[in-house]
Design a protein around this ligand. Structure first.
Ligand SMILES: Nc1ncnc2c1ncn2[C@@H]1O[C@H](COP(=O)(O)OP(=O)(O)O)[C@@H](O)[C@H]1O
Ligand SMILES: [Mg+2]
Length: 255
């Protein structure tokens, strides 16, 4: 950093006016603030990366540049879902908050496209993002009662899921098969979802949504409502058509 001495010494004969000194101080303060904000963001991102749950395939990345519309027979549709995802990313980027749903059958590219949104937010915005494979989450929450290590991890993950700007829930609905079973573990999972859903619907003082939640799912909204409590679904899953990316007409591109 520049020192006050150097600044004053540029021209010893020149007297530094109060205004100049004040302007210099303000500039130094601004730079300090900026650096501080960057350090805080870097730290937060480290935590959200640590608490992300990636499923069996481990940490994955994908970007809009890698999206190949020609992998699909319906090239036009494959192009359209990407354009819609980019448009939604641009709104998230400037701090708008709303929920997004990517809906379609297996192998359509839902996870790939949601990873592209995540990648773009990390590269081109100050917003924090966390990826949660819902199947992994179920395993984490339904751990053994005496497993304190798992308990601690669950608490960390829950806190991050409640506080991150943009929360991605990958394969929402896929873990809910046993959700209506009675039993303390299922009860715990249900309670977990309640707390997260409640936190995610928080509003700012001026009544705007504070957080965004993005889900990918193979299920219809009505299926999700049957699987989870409808309060959970209404808080996490958007009803707005413009925020739903529907993959109908696209195929399974896995080999
Ligand atoms: N349009 C595309 N361009 C490039 N790769 C794609 C595309 N669609 C899917 N893939 C790749 O195909 C595989 C299956 O896609 P995935 O996103 O996992 O599907 P889903 O989540 O809908 O089941 C992944 O490896 C993904 O990266
Ligand atoms: Mg997927």
């Amino acid at each position: 950093m520049e020192s006050l001495q150097d600044f004053i010494m540029i021209d010893p004969s020149k007297k530094v006016s109060d205004e100049e000194l004040q302007a210099w101080r303000a500039e130094v303060d601004r730079k300090d603030q900026e650096k501080l904000q960057q350090d805080i963001l870097k730290n937060k991102r480290r935590y959200y990366r640590r608490d992300s749950l990636w499923g069996t395939s481990g940490e994955q990345t994908f970007s809009f540049e890698q999206w190949e519309p020609s992998m699909q027979r319906n090239v036009k549709k494959a192009h359209a879902v990407k354009e819609q995802a980019i448009a939604l990313f641009k709104k998230l980027r400037v701090g708008d908050n709303f929920n997004i749903m990517l809906m379609g059958t297996a192998g359509n590219g839902k996870t790939a496209l949601v990873l592209a949104i995540m990648n773009a937010l990390q590269r081109f915005s100050h917003r924090t993002v966390m990826f949660v494979s819902v199947v992994d989450l179920r395993e984490l929450v339904m751990h053994d009662f005496a497993d304190y290590e798992a308990e601690r991890k669950q608490n960390r993950v829950e806190r991050s899921m409640r506080e991150v700007d943009v929360l991605i829930l990958d394969d929402f609905g896929s873990e809910a098969g046993g959700m209506n079973n009675v039993g303390s573990a299922t009860e715990r999972l249900q309670q977990f979802w309640f707390r997260v859903a409640e936190a995610r619907q928080a509003k700012t003082k001026d009544g705007k949504k504070r957080f965004s939640t993005i889900i990918t799912t193979n299920n219809k909204r009505s299926d999700l409502e049957r699987m989870y409590n409808s309060k959970i679904v209404s808080r996490l899953v958007t009803k707005k058509p413009e925020n739903q990316i529907v993959f109908a007409g696209l195929e399974d591109v896995r080999e």
